[in-house]
Design a protein around this ligand. Structure first.
Ligand code: 3LM
Length: 397
């Protein structure tokens, strides 16, 4: 799916890439192909499509024109050869792993991961005879020490959910590739507007498109991006036969619509998050602040080198621990108490009891997820209003 749109600016590509032939009625917005199956002209044509001898749609689990438009657009934005849109972020992650791992294989994953991704590895893959090893990939030398020729996949998020640890994409890819492992990066927190893992050497990128890509909190979706060969396997093995995590054409349309404003939205998310992180610095209720844009953040320089800006996610540790975390959430009046991220509304959650309750308390401690940690998905409201709400909630703690 390499595209002639590549040379144009991000917003231009986000709006125009993937929009194919002019519609017969001149409709500016592509129609939504709400169909499960496609009619063949002849029995021979059907057979030729199944045999891969003729291009064309067969059945919506294998492909659908509304999804194709979204896939083409996202491949362009991430600089990937091909893309596959699926039903959720978890559908994306599981479709990749079921395609490429088998019993006896080993995978190396970062020690901090989104809670359900951790649960999939820990309670899912391990049950099928796949060895999962948790490595602190913020220290590149740890991967060099742990990797072996049994390692099939190296997997991480950067920034990691929920504590914003940054992994050096380029350095990790060099080590993984020297051992013949594929590198899979979850780019949900950044979107292709802020970070391009493929340009830094990653083999496969996954996203929860439920978040910033859709951007309005009204859908579930996931995407996978890679080279054409791997994507063919993920589509026809992982999605078609293993997970069946098919995206509805309606939701594909909504993600395509969301992408048109991705650049504008990300700029605003970043502006607002910078202001909130700065304000938190002045609160005596707050301990460590996890935001890569702060010069005091341990990995600020690394973040600067691989991200265009620092994103819309801010986390912080309250001195009062678990109780203080819940009290803070219950004191909010504008911001919503909710998991998920990347919506127009500011969403605030308590990872230890919500998104990361899939870890045991011991695992959370080991993986750097504190009991007093609060996570904010900074929304698109006016910054002054968000600041005021957070300040008054902090005062109640
Ligand atoms: C959350 N996260 O609030 P879906 N990768 C990352 C994610 O953050 C997520 C997924 C994958 C949250 C969801 S918690 C019950 C709500 C980095 C989701 C999975 O399958 O589209 O939800 O994506 O952190």
């Amino acid at each position: 799916m390499s595209s002639p749109e590549q040379a144009k600016g991000f917003a231009t590509r986000a709006i125009h890439a993937g929009h194919g032939e002019r519609d017969p009625y001149g409709a500016l917005t592509s129609p939504i192909y709400m169909t499960s199956t496609f009619e063949f002209d002849t029995a021979e044509q059907g057979a030729a499509r199944f045999a891969g001898e003729e291009e064309g749609y067969i059945y919506s689990r294998l492909g659908n024109p509304t999804l194709t438009e979204l896939e083409y657009k996202l491949a362009d934005l991430e600089g990937a050869e091909a893309c596959l849109a699926v039903a959720s972020g978890m559908g994306a992650i599981t479709s990749v792993f079921w395609t490429f791992v088998a019993p006896g294989d080993e995978i190396l994953v970062d020690k901090t991961l989104y809670g359900c991704t951790f649960a999939y590895f820990h309670h899912g893959l391990e049950k099928f005879g796949i060895t999962v090893r948790y490595v602190d990939m913020c220290q590149v030398k740890n991967l060099a020490r742990e990797i072996s020729d049994k390692t099939k996949i190296v997997y991480f998020e950067t920034p990691a959910n929920p504590n914003m640890r940054i992994v050096d994409i380029k350095a990790i890819c060099e080590i993984a590739h020297s051992s013949g492992a594929r590198v899979v990066v979850d780019n949900t927190y950044c979107t292709p507007y802020l970070q391009n893992p493929i340009a830094l050497g990653a083999d496969i990128v996954v996203h929860s498109a439920t978040k910033y890509l859709g951007g309005h909190g009204d859908l579930m979706a996931g995407v996978i991006l890679s080279n054409a060969e791997d994507m063919e396997q993920i589509r026809y093995v992982g999605l078609k036969d293993m997970t069946g995590a098919v995206l509805s054409p309606m939701n594909a349309f909504l993600v395509t619509r969301g992408l048109k404003t991705l650049e504008l939205r990300m700029e605003r998310h970043c502006d607002n998050a910078e202001k909130i992180a700065q304000m938190l610095m002045d609160s005596r209720k707050v301990g460590q602040i996890f935001f890569p844009g702060l010069p005091s953040f341990e990995q600020h320089e690394l973040a600067k080198s691989q991200m265009n800006r620092f994103g819309g996610m801010v986390a912080f540790e309250l001195h009062g621990g678990h109780e203080a975390g819940l009290k803070f959430l219950n004191s909010l009046t504008l911001c919503k108490i909710a998991v998920s991220l990347g919506d127009a509304e500011t969403l605030v959650e308590h990872p230890a009891s919500m998104t990361h309750s899939t870890y045991t308390p011991e695992e959370r401690e080991l993986h750097g997820i504190g009991e007093g940690l609060v996570r904010i998905s900074v929304g698109l409201e006016n910054a002054a209003d968000i600041l005021l709400d957070i300040e008054q909630a902090l005062a109640q703690v």
